[in-house]
Ligand binder design. Structure first.
Ligand code: SF4
Ligand code: SF4
Ligand code: SF4
Length: 312
């Protein structure tokens, strides 16, 4: 049987998504040995972009049937690698919320490059001030982009990181010749077994400095919904999937509110706007929330969601 060639790249990424690929575990081993041929995966195998001795003039990645890209696009090098991946791969998968929606790195879209450089190189409380480097680093783009703002993406696997169930499912679907594979368009709440009963408005908002009410001896389905307890759980506006195909949401299982790491429930949805609307509908003034843009769009700042405020 001919193996399916796969190329993998990481852009503005932390490698957590690549660890998630490895976490597919036994399924991956079977897939790797029998079906997949990784022709390019810099996180594991050394590959020179400009030929082994730097003899090539243009960045080059081998052709592959499936291309997997993690991370958003923040600088010219990321952009060049992404365009090459799109050119060389028949099916392009955006892996992880950085790739699908900007993820944590897209929070930079709230700040100017000058603010970034000043904070990182001059005002950081943990490092000595230094000059911003100007040589041997790729120029920054004007903001951090999700992949589909620059190229066509065929398949989206959000999550920070994505649950291995979905990665394995996508690869298996592709091996069966399917080019369509979609995550369910449901929210984290749809997979959450906590008790929801209150029809009353939101009480006082609580910070996670105070612990939710629950009995550690009792299962999750005997704990009251964290949002109803006053914690700003983003489950209603976050895509389902972090517990895998069957499991409960990860953070809720740890009795912690959802922070939104799977991005919007569906493409084009705006968690920031939807959540503020939901808060307003139960009588809470969203303007009272400190850093509400950073909190509500922490993982979905691409697609124009987070922008620099106009400084006066
Ligand atoms: S989605 Fe999360 S795990 Fe994946 S690269 Fe981004 S920050 Fe890392
Ligand atoms: S708001 Fe949070 S705790 Fe409540 S049902 Fe949704 S995910 Fe579960
Ligand atoms: S509960 Fe929310 S923040 Fe936690 S892993 Fe799931 S989607 Fe991510």
């Amino acid at each position: 049987m001919t193996k399916v060639t796969v190329a993998e790249e990481w852009l503005n990424a932390c490698a957590g998504c690549e660890i998630a690929i490895l976490n597919v575990g036994d399924v991956l081993v079977d897939l790797l040995v029998n079906n997949l041929d990784f022709v390019h995966i810099p996180v594991i195998l050394d590959k020179k972009y400009f030929g082994q001795t730097g003899e090539e003039e243009h960045l080059s990645i081998p052709e592959a049937v499936v291309g997997i890209v993690s991370g958003g696009v923040r600088n010219e090098e990321h952009k060049e690698v992404l365009l090459e991946m799109r050119k060389k791969c028949q099916i392009l998968i955006a892996l992880g919320t950085c790739a699908t929606d900007g993820g944590i790195p897209a929070m930079i879209n709230m700040y100017s490059d000058e603010e970034l450089k000043k904070f990182t190189y001059k005002d950081s409380p943990t490092t000595d001030p230094a000059d911003y480097p100007t040589e041997h680093i790729p120029p920054l783009l004007d903001q951090c982009y999700a992949l589909d703002e620059l190229v066509k993406v065929d398949l989206y696997l959000p999550g920070c990181p994505p649950h291995p169930d979905w990665i394995a499912g996508a690869v298996l679907a592709l091996l069966e010749g399917k080019t369509e594979y979609r995550m369910p368009e449901k929210s984290v709440c749809d997979a959450c077994p906590t008790i929801r009963e209150s029809k009353k408005g939101l009480a006082d908002i609580k910070r996670m400095l105070s612990a939710p009410e629950f009995d550690p001896e009792k299962p999750l389905d005997e704990m009251r919904c964290l949002l109803e307890q006053g914690f700003l759980c983003l489950g209603p506006v976050t895509g389902v999937g972090c517990g895998g195909k069957e499991g409960a949401p990860r953070c809720i299982s740890a009795r912690v509110p959802c922070r939104g790491c799977y991005g919007p429930v569906r493409k084009g949805a705006k968690p920031l706007v939807d959540y503020m609307g939901a808060l307003a509908s139960v009588g809470f003034d969203p303007n009272k929330m400190p850093d509400r843009r950073g909190y509500l769009a922490r993982f979905s700042g691409a697609h124009g969601t987070l922008k620099r405020p106009v400084r006066r």
